[in-house]
Design a protein around this ligand. Structure first.
Ligand code: FES
Length: 109
């Protein structure tokens, strides 16, 4: 089983999870109570983390992450709710502040 290390709120949580687990689903079912999250659908950015180790084992960022995180993806930022855990992973949710992009207004002609 993959081991996940999460740095959040000044503490470190270390836990084994089932392969293909979603950490936000585990948090919502109180199996990862410290993890920060919100919508669970890639819309709020409350689950944003920085990947410290194991980024190579994750799928590439999806369109929701690209939309919400922009160029922060190059700095290792990911939306935890969009990650499927297949191998060991270490992430941090310390000192992260992401602004939700404003909706683009539609100009009609
Ligand atoms: S929980 Fe809202 S974007 Fe991940």
């Amino acid at each position: 089983m993959p081991k996940v290390i999460i740095h959040v709120d000044g503490t470190t949580v270390e836990q084994e999870v089932k392969e293909n687990a979603n950490l936000v689903v585990l948090a919502a079912t109180r199996q990862l109570p410290k993890l920060k999250y919100g919508c669970g659908m890639g819309r709020c950015t409350k689950c944003t983390c920085v990947v410290i180790n194991g980024a190579e084992n994750l799928a590439s960022p999806n369109w929701k992450e690209e939309k919400m995180l922009g160029d922060k993806i190059q700095k290792g930022y990911r939306l935890t709710c969009q990650l499927t855990i297949k191998e060991d992973l270490e992430i941090s949710q310390e000192n992260i502040s992401i602004q939700v992009p404003k909706k683009q207004s539609v100009i009609q002609h």
